[in-house]
Ligand binder design. Sequence first.
Ligand code: CMP
Length: 140
Amino acid sequence: MAIQRTFSIIKPDATERNLTGAINAVIEESGLRIVAQKRILMARREAEAFYAVHKERPFFGELVDFMISAPVVVQVLEGENAVLRYRDVMGATNPANAAEGTIRKRFARSIGENSVHGSDSPENAAIEIAQFFSGNEIVG
Ligand code: CMP
């Protein structure tokens, strides 16, 4: 299996509770490497563009408001099978359905305030990484 990259966001509910380091520890213990990372306050237009695929969903407005409510940490993670591996490490979108030991089981508050985002495919990972990082900001 080739080395792959995925895009991650540590969301406002987690940064507000000072959980960046705790979540990064889970990521690193899983074998994934954090090869780029920055803490930013997303602009409304950035959050709307990032979640454009969900714009017809009833929760879109709430999702955008939440994502700009406090700082987030955007990251590039690298490792074997990184996209699927990080989805396993995160757990199910709804923390009520997340497996023991996953980030969402341990830290998430609800389906909306679910602590982390991870790309759902290598194609989307490339698009999402390019939205927040230029090539020389990623050092593997
Ligand atoms: P994420 O992986 O960032 O991708 C889309 C996000 O929409 C998802 O995580 C959830 O945080 C959010 N989401 C999905 N379903 C709902 C819902 N029913 N209500 C609020 N937010 C939701």
